[in-house]
Design a binder for this molecule. Structure first.
Ligand code: SF4
Length: 432
């Protein structure tokens, strides 16, 4: 893909200008989301309908799974013409039947689309309907696309959850108000939040996706939901269509983000300010203390974000406000103004924001700025390290538990470590 649209600059987010670029991108596709989704929904299986490249990505990204009974696989569709599509459908049905016979523990099966033209010709939503009819009620078959043409790295999760929303049971207009936390969180983080919500005095909170496909939360006009991840645009839209309403909040990264995220829920459910303070202050104070040791390494350091995980804006806000880092450029694949309203208001007013990517131009800007730390995908990290820049892999920020008070220091540590490693290397080289 090459640049086709010239750079546009507008000042759509408060006073912050946004540099818009469309050109060659350096990001993983949405298949990557399977790596954390399969850990979360423990009775689901992800069958990628794709090429050998897809199989290779999934195998290498999730290499550790060779030690366990895997919950993802790739049905490889080889090159074929239109006349071969009927065969491809039959072949897919055969693969699914074989899989479900062999693995009676599977309760939910996702057919995940990919980019090869042979796969695009297949109608996976019809295949999912057909197979659902065959296997209901034991197994629900759903589909979504993880194709690199349609999705970037974290959008696979969005597409998966949006496909799941229509399956959620109906909560009626007379049902009690409920709170739903939306976005994959590691179980340990989910448990911490559940304890905090309880201590604050909120009614039982559900998490989406749930750990079991048999425990789908009900949704309806009295459902209020909090987004735990900033990349869930389609999921949010699907929930709104079911009557749920989003609670406007920043994202729960760092002390400030976590506090205001929790406060948004507390306010919506009429919790008194004093009760909120009492319930949250011990964890909040511990988190503030835990950040101090990283502030020393990070304060004043200049950071540059390539667009990758869509976590860039909340993370940049956390690093600037709580750790004193200087933001040189904050790139994000997509900027959802409404979901990021509070985050954007918290960014320093001189922050350069960019949306989309034209990688060569962005690399030039990065080199000119010579930041202390560059956050980027795996494909850019090695060449930039070779040029003497210090990098942090964006993918690690999605794989690691980083939400909430207890993880605030770990999140800061993910940025501090590459700088400490570089400082150590420089000292060792100087000593030799
Ligand atoms: Fe498969 Fe397309 Fe992702 Fe490549 S970019 S691994 S072909 S889905």
């Amino acid at each position: 893909m090459s640049a086709v649209i010239p750079i546009q600059v507008d000042s759509g987010c408060g006073d912050l200008p946004v540099l818009r670029e469309r050109g060659q991108r350096e990001v993983f596709c949405g298949l990557t989301g399977i790596i954390w989704l399969h850990r979360k929904i423990q009775d689901a299986f992800f069958l990628v309908v794709g090429s050998r490249t897809c199989a290779h990505l999934i195998q290498s990204a999730a290499g550790v799974m060779i030690f366990a009974e895997p919950r993802f696989a790739t049905a490889i569709i080889d090159e074929r013409d239109l006349a071969g599509i009927a065969d491809a459908n039959e072949e897919l049905d055969r693969v699914v039947r074989r899989l479900l016979e062999r693995r009676p523990d599977i309760r939910m099966l996702f057919l995940v689309g990919s980019c090869p033209s042979e796969v695009i010709k297949l109608d996976l939503s019809r295949a999912a309907e057909r197979l659902s009819r065959e296997f209901l009620p034991q197994v629900r078959v759903l589909n979504y696309s993880g194709s690199g043409i349609e999705t970037t790295f974290t959008q696979g999760e969005d597409a998966c959850l949006a496909a799941l929303v229509p399956q959620l049971p109906v909560a009626g207009a007379n049902d009690a108000a409920s709170l739903l936390v939306v976005g994959c969180l590691p179980d340990v983080v989910e448990d911490q939040f559940a304890r905090l919500f309880k201590a604050i005095g909120l009614p039982p909170v559900s998490f989406f996706p749930p750990r079991s496909s048999r425990a789908l939360p009900a949704v309806g006009p009295n459902t209020r939901y909090l987004l735990a991840q900033p990349f869930l645009t389609d999921t949010a839209r699907a929930l709104e269509q079911r009557g749920a309403r989003r609670l406007a909040a920043p994202f729960p990264f760092g002390v400030e983000g976590t506090t205001e995220w929790l406060r948004a829920a507390a306010s919506a459910f009429g919790i008194r300010a004093a009760d909120f303070e009492r319930a949250t202050s011990p964890a909040r104070e511990r988190a503030v203390q835990s950040l101090l040791r990283h502030r020393e390494s990070l304060q004043g350091k200049r950071i540059f974000f390539f667009p990758d995980s869509q976590l860039e804006i909340p993370l940049a806000r956390f690093l600037a406000r709580e750790l004193g880092m200087q933001l040189t450029e904050v790139g994000t694949p997509y900027l959802h103004r409404e979901h990021l309203r509070q985050e954007l208001a918290w960014l320093p007013q001189d922050t350069t924001l960019s949306e989309g990517q034209d990688v060569e131009k962005q690399l030039d800007r990065c080199r000119d700025l010579a930041p202390d730390l560059v956050v980027c995908g795996l494909g850019l990290a090695n060449p930039l390290e070779a040029e003497g820049l210090t990098t942090k892999w964006a993918i690690e920020l999605v794989f690691s538990p980083v939400h909430g008070y207890e993880q605030a220091a770990d999140l800061a540590g993910l940025f501090a470590r590459p700088l400490q490693r570089r400082a150590k290397l420089t000292t060792e080289v100087a000593c030799n």
